[in-house]
Structure formats: structure tokens, C-alpha cells
Design a protein around this ligand. Structure first.
Ligand SMILES: *Cc1c(COP(=O)(O)O)cnc(C)c1O
Length: 350
């Protein structure tokens, strides 16, 4: 095999499927599993698609790769481009990228552009740059990315010995993953690997919910909004994979819902406090399951898999501001003098 066809791989995938009683109690769903995509090499599911896209960039002889990103795509592209030894240009919205992600992009050596604009402006700029400057575009509009992301679904089905869950819940931003999940299920069924198809639950943040609004109106129109949410990974107002994601929801009898930022941060506190941990956007999946279980849409004895899309260390500021505030589950660090008395005082109050 010529060098240019060798996969650019970390490797990625083989993430754990775990169960935690605290999360089951919180959602009211007894059979709930967590597929932790934050356990990928750069800490998010983006690595699953990036291995394919950067392999293709090398095969094409691209002189550079580029992406617009809310952070995780940038971190992932930076790492895979470094591995392939090709320059990477990442465009991120200034002031709205979590600290861990920005640190990764710069550390892995990508040229990092802090754009005075939101993610949607970054994507327009990245598309124009790739068209006119001949740079390989690694956003999820790149079909290879979605081909790689299908493995999340195949892998979790394999982990369940090909007995599909009733629901798969995931956070939804640009809708690349929602699109990839639908395609993975369609292909798994066509191949006879499964005979029933899980329902997809796509969960958006209330301040960035164009897809949920579209769903509420039967997807008659394509909706765009000005996005605002603490969950920066899904702070997207004009999702690129809209049509493909609509197909996923229709084919799986899926649902799109939205949850508030405070619902997201409470679900995150439960996930974090269970020792699993994830970034804010990931917790939207669990917040969404809780909301639909409360409304009786998801039965308490249904089998649900929530996809945790990113690692807890991606967004340390979200953690500290939650725990510094007067939130329900706040666990602020305590300053003490170096005496045993003070330690004992804390222990007694625990
Ligand atoms: C990219 C990302 C999402 C959103 O996925 P889309 O494919 O854009 O819908 C959600 N969570 C995390 C952590 C992400 O990095």
C-alpha cells in the first residue's frame, strides 16, 4: 500500500459503555447506559471522523487543512494534521471556545484564528477560504467525517451484542452526528445486523434550538437563530447537516427536544458527581432523557443509551462557575489553615 493510503490514526474509538445508578435515579430511566466519547484521544467524538477526513486529505495531496469549530473539531483536526505533518488552520469564535479546546488547538500546532464572529460566521469564512485558497475543508459538511462518526452507533450496538436499545440520545449542534447516526442505523438494518431501529432523541440547548423548532413544525421550514448557550459545543444557529438530520429523525421515528442551560448544568453536575464527567453539551443528552421520561414519552423501563460527546476537562471554567455559584449541587473548594482542626471541621460537615 502506498504511503498516501495509510490511515492517519491515533487510534480512536473503542470507548466504554458504562452505567451509573446516580444517573439512572436522576433521569428516572432504569436501563440507561452512557457511551463515553470523551474517552477518544483528543477528548471528543470528533476524532472518529477526523481520522477519515485527514486520511483523505493526505490521499488528495492537500497542502493544508482547515475547519471552523466551536472547539472540539479544531482540537481534533490540529492533532491529526500534526500526525500527518500537514499545516492546519482553525477558525473559532473569539471568546466562545472552552479553555481546554483552545489549549489543545494551539498545543498541537494549528494556526488558530480567533474570529470576531460566531460559529456560523466561522463556517462561512472557512468554506470561502477552502474554495478560493484550495485548502482541504475538514468540517462535517465533509462526508468522510460522517462516515467515521457512524462507528459510534455500530460500536455501541456491538457492545450490546446487537440488541438495539429503544433510544439513543445525543446533543445536537451542527447536526453532523445526528445525520451520521441515521445513516449508521440505516446501513446496519440493511445488512441485517439489527432488525429493530432505536429512536433517536436529538437534544438542543434552548438558546440554540433551530432544529427543535423545525421539528415542532414538522420540518416545513429550515429555521436559523442567533445562538446563545453555556454549552458552547452546540452553540450553532444554522446547522449545516439539516436535511440529512431531518432524514434521521423521520426514519427512526425520532424526537428533537430542547433543554435550558440550567437543566444542562444540573445534569452535568450529576454526571460529574457520579465520577463519569463530561463537558456541558454532552450533558444535554441526559437532561433531554430526564425531561422526556418526566413527560412519559420515554418509558421508565425503556433501554436508553446517552452519548457523552466530550470530556469533563474540556471546559474547566463551566465547572468552576457552576460550583462557585449557589447552584443546587454546588461543591465549592474550601480554603483552610494548615491545622488538623480545620480538616476535622470539614469532615464533620460532610
Ligand atoms: C461537535 C460536538 C457536538 C455537536 O455535534 P454536531 O454533530 O455538531 O451536532 C456536541 N457535543 C460535543 C462535545 C461536540 O464536540
Amino acid at each position: 500500500m502506498p504511503d498516501s493510503a495509510a490511515p492517519v490514526t491515533w487510534p480512536e474509538g473503542n470507548t466504554p459503555l458504562v452505567e451509573r445508578d446516580a444517573v439512572r435515579e436522576f433521569t428516572g430511566v432504569r436501563r440507561l447506559s452512557l457511551k463515553h466519547e470523551g474517552m477518544n484521544p483528543t477528548g471528543s467524538f470528533k476524532d472518529r471522523g477526523m481520522t477519515v477526513a485527514v486520511t483523505d486529505a493526505v490521499r488528495c495531496g492537500a497542502r493544508a487543512v482547515a475547519c471552523a469549530s466551536t472547539g472540539n473539531t479544531a482540537a481534533s483536526l490540529a492533532a491529526y494534521a500534526a500526525h500527518a505533518r500537514i499545516p492546519a488552520l482553525v477558525l473559532v469564535p473569539r471568546g466562545n471556545v472552552a479553555a481546554g479546546k483552545l489549549a489543545q488547538a494551539t498545543a498541537y500546532g494549528a494556526r488558530t484564528l480567533l474570529v470576531n464572529g460566531d460559529f456560523d460566521a466561522c463556517l462561512t469564512l472557512a468554506r470561502d477560504a477552502s474554495r478560493t485558497l484550495g485548502v482541504y475543508l475538514a468540517n462535517s459538511v465533509n462526508p468522510w467525517r460522517l462516515e467515521g462518526q457512524k462507528t459510534i452507533v455500530w460500536e455501541l450496538l456491538e457492545q450490546l451484542e446487537w440488541r438495539p436499545p429503544d433510544w439513543i440520545a445525543l446533543p445536537a449542534g451542527a447536526l453532523g452526528n445526528t445525520a451520521a447516526f441515521g445513516k449508521a442505523l440505516r446501513e446496519a438494518r440493511a445488512l441485517g445486523l439489527i432488525t429493530t431501529v432505536p429512536r433517536i432523541l436529538a437534544v438542543q440547548a434552548a438558546g440554540a434550538a433551530p432544529f427543535a423548532r423545525g421539528f415542532a413544525h414538522g420540518f416545513t421550514d429550515r429555521v436559523t437563530v442567533r445562538a446563545e448557550t453555556v454549552a458552547t459545543a452546540i452553540r450553532i444557529g444554522d446547522p449545516a447537516s439539516w436535511d440529512r438530520a431531518v432524514r434521521t429523525i423521520r426514519e427512526t421515528d425520532g424526537i428533537v427536544t430542547m433543554v435550558t442551560d440550567s437543566d444542562i448544568m444540573e445534569a452535568k453536575a450529576v454526571l460529574d458527581g457520579s465520577g463519569v464527567g463530561c463537558e456541558p453539551a454532552s450533558a444535554a443528552s441526559v437532561a433531554g432523557v430526564r425531561a422526556l421520561a418526566e413527560r412519559g414519552v420515554i418509558a421508565s423501563d425503556a433501554h436508553v443509551v446517552c452519548v457523552l460527546t466530550g470530556h469533563v476537562l474540556k471546559d474547566p471554567d463551566a465547572v468552576s462557575s457552576y460550583h462557585a455559584g449557589d447552584s443546587k449541587r454546588a461543591n465549592p473548594p474550601i480554603q483552610v489553615e494548615p491545622t488538623l482542626d480545620e480538616v476535622e471541621r470539614v469532615l464533620r460537615a460532610t
